[in-house]
Design a protein around this ligand. Structure first.
Ligand SMILES: [Zn+2]
Length: 186
């Protein structure tokens, strides 16, 4: 959709030009990326791959992938950044991002009280010098990708894992190109 920055970022992934941190995983309906402009390592975003402004517009397939993906990303974050739990929030209110996307935010075991719950959003939209460095974002994204793209590791992930593997097998060359080019053509 014209004027939607979220759609622009999705097109960049489609074109194989996304940096590594912006392309953790693609499922048939969702993209997983590390958030930018954040001081929180591992702050992830699940982005609906087509433009929709409201959760009420989700198809059954999009909604069906969401639950398992929230769980899988949360488990991967626990392993990669050692969080005690994750938060999930969906607003789509930023004028440039009125497009369904879920923030999945790691909450550290020692997170200060004022950064718990909604207070965690103080860690988004921060000045560049406080942001997670791009190299670290890429490192986290790579670790997340390896946790998420392997075979389903637990029973609960099987349904989602099967769905994604089937999709990847249907377009292996495209996926290969996406990963080969990520980070190399910004
Ligand atoms: Zn959009």
């Amino acid at each position: 959709m014209a004027g939607c920055r979220t759609c622009e970022l999705t097109r960049r992934r489609d074109a194989g030009c996304a940096p590594q941190w912006d392309l953790v995983l693609r499922t048939p309906s969702w993209d997983v990326a590390h958030a930018y402009g954040t001081s929180v390592e591992g702050w992830s975003v699940l982005v609906l791959r087509r433009h929709a402004a409201s959760l009420a517009e989700m198809t059954d397939e999009e909604a069906g992938e969401l639950g398992p993906l929230l769980k899988s990303v949360s488990r991967a974050l626990a392993e990669v950044v050692g969080c005690a739990k994750t938060y999930a929030a969906q607003f789509a209110e930023d004028p440039l991002h009125r497009h369904v996307h879920f923030h999945v935010i790691p909450r550290a075991p020692d997170q200060p009280e004022d950064r718990r719950g909604p207070g965690v959003f103080a860690g988004l939209g921060v000045p560049e010098e406080r942001c997670v460095p791009e190299a670290r974002m890429n490192e986290i994204a790579a670790a997340m990708a390896s946790k998420l793209s392997g075979p389903a590791r637990d029973k609960g992930a099987e349904q989602w894992g099967t769905l994604c593997v089937r999709s990847w097998h249907s377009e292996p060359s495209e996926l290969h190109v996406l990963f080969l080019q990520s980070g190399s053509c910004r």
